[in-house]
Design a protein around this ligand. Structure first.
Ligand SMILES: NC(=O)c1ccc[n+]([C@@H]2O[C@H](COP(=O)([O-])OP(=O)(O)OC[C@H]3O[C@@H](n4cnc5c(N)ncnc54)[C@H](O)[C@@H]3O)[C@@H](O)[C@H]2O)c1
Length: 250
């Protein structure tokens, strides 16, 4: 059982599927109840969390919309009473050459991957401050520090995630709130399937850049998120942890 996790409440964006769903299940196994904020139906995640013995609810929410995020926060607070742990995981990663990225494409990626962090933090940080305890984990990407092509908007947004994490960590440290980021390598999910060539070769090609030359799976990331949201990580803040098999060796 994670130190300090028992009976905490986590809000996880984009946890209806993919890696976010695995964060939800892992935190549930640690004793955390889960609010899923997703534009898609979270029924599968709710059922998995319940199988792990905890309560979960799904909230249809577009993380780019201030109104939608505020409505989600109001419902989650009414159902669960508070948010102790916020995981900003919702994201998209269209792979498009720079010359084909429109301004609308750019804005959409920045909005889902970066504006959303501002919007959710605005909703949930005040309560964390009142209680003097909070954990935020934001999701960046190792594409930020590696020579992949076709991700100018994505990498820009994920660089913003790192900056947001560092800056907010300073603001919130006096209030017992830590703010960190995790940075995975390439993990096969429905998202990657939609935007990357769906071949074993592509996944293995990225894996070969890693020190650990296996294709990363979602469950390879969850332990670090469990640690960062626990009491064991009280003195860790403002960090981006590369959970990427050693692709980035900083
Ligand atoms: N899979 C990878 O290879 C990989 C690598 C590094 C970082 N990441 C990051 O991890 C996160 C999760 O990736 P994934 O592969 O699990 O993606 P995914 O596509 O499998 O899941 C993303 C989830 O976000 C939700 N979502 C999308 N737009 C939304 C919106 N506007 N409002 C609310 N929810 C929305 C989707 O419905 C979905 O449930 C993303 O931030 C991604 O950038 C993924």
């Amino acid at each position: 059982m994670g130190k300090g996790h028992q009976d905490k409440i986590a809000v996880i964006t984009g946890a209806a599927t993919g890696i976010g769903q695995r964060y939800a299940v892992r935190l549930a196994e640690e004793g955390v109840d889960i609010a899923v904020a997703d534009i898609g139906d979270a029924a599968e995640t709710v059922s998995l969390v319940e199988k792990a013995g905890r309560t979960a609810r799904g909230y249809l929410c577009d993380v780019t919309s201030p109104e939608s995020v505020a409505a989600m926060a109001e419902s989650a607070m009414s159902d669960f009473g508070r948010c102790d742990i916020l995981i900003n995981n919702a994201g998209i990663y269209p792979n498009v050459p720079f010359e084909d990225i429109s301004f609308d494409d750019w804005r959409r990626v920045m909005s889902i991957n970066l504006d959303s962090l501002f919007l959710t933090a605005k909703q949930f940080v005040p309560g964390m401050k009142e209680r003097g305890w909070g954990r935020m984990v934001n999701v960046s990407s190792s594409t930020l520090a590696t020579p992949v092509t076709g991700y100018v908007h994505y990498v820009s947004s994920k660089g913003g995630v790192v900056g947001f994490t560092r800056a907010l960590a300073s603001d919130l440290a006096p209030h017992g709130i830590t703010v960190n980021a995790v940075s995975p390598s390439l993990v096969p999910t429905t998202g990657t399937m939609l935007t990357e060539p769906r071949t074993e070769e592509r996944f293995q090609m990225i894996a070969n850049f890693q020190a650990i030359k296996q294709v990363q799976q979602a469950d390879d990331v969850v332990g670090t998120v469990a640690f960062l949201t626990s009491d064991d990580a009280t003195f860790v803040t403002g960090q981006t942890i590369y959970v990427d098999g050693g692709w980035v060796r900083a």
